[in-house]
Design a protein around this ligand. Structure first.
Ligand code: C2E
Ligand code: MG
Ligand code: MG
Length: 643
């Protein structure tokens, strides 16, 4: 029967278009993109071989040698195609090293394709697979079916791989792979039974198209501005590493002053700068022969992911990039300083879960030293492990009432006594001992448990203020910290007022500390809360003043009674300009009729310095660390009496 070539022609068009799409749009980054390009190129080549072979068949001439050669190449490539399609699935699920871990597994992977090679080479002499008869007709041999068995084997193997790695693939992707494979199986069956219908390559091209649109989706993984791989592909890639317990090294790069650069330059220029950094990273990797994928994970963050074992090579690349950005870079006649923080992280050795890795990435800005950092040194594993368990820890702590309140006394220089104190929450866990609120409060804000925790703090502090013991201590009020998320709580004011009433606490016995972040994003809910609290006679402090973008206008607009100067002010040394700033800040706050509490005072000299600057209230380790309630009572009974 006459062979039908039009399926092959259509398949060739699809394959060329796919290949063209990938190359023209420069979707060449990352191993998955590269692999897909390889598959498409291979499809073009295989298809061409089929067309040439069949054209010889249809030509009517003998061409025995030509037909032998082209059919052999086609059939061999066809077997390779199934093998590489299966490999694509393994790359997609990043499980190569697992699939080829033992010799037996290697055999399962490579034996069938090796068999195909042996079959095709030996066919030159044995003609068991196919032969060209004396009339020049292509004829299948007795072992031809083995090629189909090999192809079928790889399809089933891919099915199995997809199934066992289903956690790493979305339902849509899984469905697409299964659907594409089924299509190929059906087509192979048709072609086996009806050799003149050359539908195999067409099914292969359609399968690739399916993969391109549903699985590969190059635009989903390529960042158009930098040409690197996008965050949306980085996240699943790293998750896969953790699931597979695969050892990878990450070089994390963060332009710590990205926001400033972004605001300073035009959009077009900032894109150019981002692209320049991407190109530099790629150039350094190429020069040092460091193989790996480079990702742009938004907001001035770059990640190099490599399974390179040579630590020296990795360190050298990080060092080179670090040196690169010590100098300013040229752009459009401008000299720009990119403050680049670079950190080498080995997963899972340094960090063994994705949340901790994200937390480390976010924290890089605070870790900048000018040198290449090592995750193993900057973040004890425990800290990030705690974060992973944090939701569970917090839930348990809330239900088992494990939170304690410590109190840190605040000294009034004018009255020469401790007139108030700050309530600071503490959590003691069985596994990690005491946890700092700096770790668990942000986690509680994310998980939403901050509201219940906040309520616990208010209850405990108000119960203390309402107790008889409190009257003997000579304290005017206690400061309670509120995090930004709490300030957004709709019924915060009502809740607090009810708790205070229950415990017979007067409004002026409580002072609420809110941070600059909360006061900076004055939303309606926060404003409503502040007004209700103010009307009820409860005053507010602005905590950590000087750490964020301190804005005097904003401060003036809100009814703060106290401004708490952050610990950083206590560290200003002899820089005369800073002293001038501080003097004037203090003057302005006083002119606004607000009190000043200086936090973080650890030495006598600092107390004297702030006395000279006419700051009245001092809080810090110099007087006392935060103390558990009983110790705090003891401390005040001794010290407030003495003065
Ligand atoms: P903050 O409100 O600024 O609290 C002051 C922090 O400085 C406390 O850390 C305190 O122990 C520490 N500190 C006090 N004096 C000194 C000193 O002389 N030197 C040094 N180096 N540090 C000093 P802590 O207790 O670890 O609390 C950290 C932060 O956690 C607090 O900062 C506050 O923002 C938050 N926090 C604490 N308790 C609560 C709470 O009950 N609710 C909420 N929402 N946040 C809380
Ligand atoms: Mg505070
Ligand atoms: Mg503070």
């Amino acid at each position: 029967m006459e062979k039908l070539l039009f399926f092959d022609y259509s398949a060739l068009v699809i394959d060329v278009v796919l290949l063209g799409c990938m190359l023209l749009r420069k979707m060449t980054n990352g191993k998955l993109n590269k692999f897909f390009i390889f598959l498409a190129a291979m499809a073009v080549f295989t298809n061409t071989m089929d067309i040439i072979a069949v054209s010889f068949d249809k030509s009517g001439g003998l061409y025995i040698v030509e037909k032998m050669v082209y059919h052999s190449i086609y059939l061999l490539l066809r077997a390779f195609t199934s093998f590489f399609c299966m490999s694509y699935i393994i790359v997609l699920t990043d499980s190569w090293y697992k699939a080829a871990r033992t010799n037996f597994k290697k055999l399962l992977l490579f034996l069938p394709v090796a068999l195909a090679i042996i079959l095709m080479v030996s066919n030159i002499f044995t003609h068991h697979v196919f032969y060209i008869d004396d009339a020049g007709v292509y004829t299948r041999g007795s072992l031809f079916f083995l090629l189909y068995v090999i192809n079928g084997y790889y399809v089933i193997y891919s099915f199995y791989k997809v199934f066992i790695n289903r956690k790493m693939l979305s339902l849509a992707k899984m469905f697409s792979i299964y659907a594409g494979s089924l299509l190929m199986i059906c087509a192979a069956a048709v072609q086996f039974l009806m050799p003149h219908v050359l539908i195999d390559m067409f099914a292969n091209a359609t399968g690739l198209l399916f993969l391109f649109m549903m699985v590969q989706r190059p635009e989903e993984i390529t960042d158009n501005e930098t040409g690197l791989i996008k965050l949306s592909a980085y996240d699943p890639e790293i998750r896969r590493c953790f699931i597979n317990k695969k050892r990878e090294t990450l070089i994390m790069l963060k332009i710590t002053n990205y926001t400033v650069i972004r605001e300073m330059l035009s959009y077009k220029d900032s894109v150019c700068v981002k692209k320049k950094v991407a190109d530099t990273i790629k150039a350094v990797m190429k020069e040092l022969r460091l193989h790996g994928d480079v990702y742009y994970t938004e907001s001035g963050n770059y990640r190099i992911v490599t399974d390179e074992r040579n630590a020296q090579k990795i360190n050298a690349a990080a060092q080179r990039l670090n040196d690169e950005y010590k100098e300013s870079i040229e752009h459009n006649g401008m000299k720009l300083n990119l403050i680049m923080c670079i950190c080498i992280t080995v997963i899972p050795d340094d960090i063994d879960n994705i949340d901790a890795l994200i937390a480390l990435g976010e924290d890089l800005k605070n870790q900048y030293t000018g040198n290449v950092l090592f995750a193993s040194e900057i973040s004890s594993k425990v800290r990030y492990n705690i974060m992973r368990d944090m939701d569970v820890i917090l839930e348990n702590a809330v239900s088992a009432d494990e939170f304690e309140i410590y109190y840190q006394p605040i000294f009034s220089l004018r009255e020469e006594r401790f007139n108030s104190a700050e309530a600071l929450i503490r959590l003691k866990t069985e596994k990690y001992g005491y946890l700092s609120p700096e770790i668990f409060i942000p986690a509680a804000e994310k998980s939403g448990s901050i509201h219940r925790i906040g309520q616990i703090v208010m209850e405990k502090v108000c119960a203390f203020i309402g107790s008889e013991q409190f009257d003997e201590l000579g304290l005017d009020y206690i400061e309670i910290n509120l995090s930004p998320a709490q300030c957004m709580e709709d019924n915060l004011a009502k809740k607090l007022i009810a708790i205070m009433k229950k415990n017979n606490v007067m409004p002026d016995q409580v002072n609420l500390e809110i941070t600059e972040t909360a006061s900076g994003e004055i939303q309606n809910t926060i404003m409503k809360n502040i007004r209700t609290l103010h009307r009820a006679g409860i005053s507010l402090s602005l905590d950590d003043f000087g750490t964020g973008y301190s804005n005097m206008t904003r401060i003036a607009a809100l009814p703060f009674r106290i401004i708490k100067l952050d610990k950083t002010f206590a560290r200003i040394d002899s820089n005369p300009n800073m002293v001038i700033v501080l003097e004037n800040v203090i003057k302005m706050i006083k002119a606004l009729n607000m009190k000043i509490v200086v936090e973080g005072i650890e030495t006598r000299e600092l107390v004297e310095k702030f006395r000279e600057l006419e700051c009245e209230y001092i809080q810090g380790f110099y007087y006392s660390k935060p103390l558990p309630k009983e110790k705090f009572i003891e401390f005040l009974l001794q010290n407030n009496k003495k003065v």
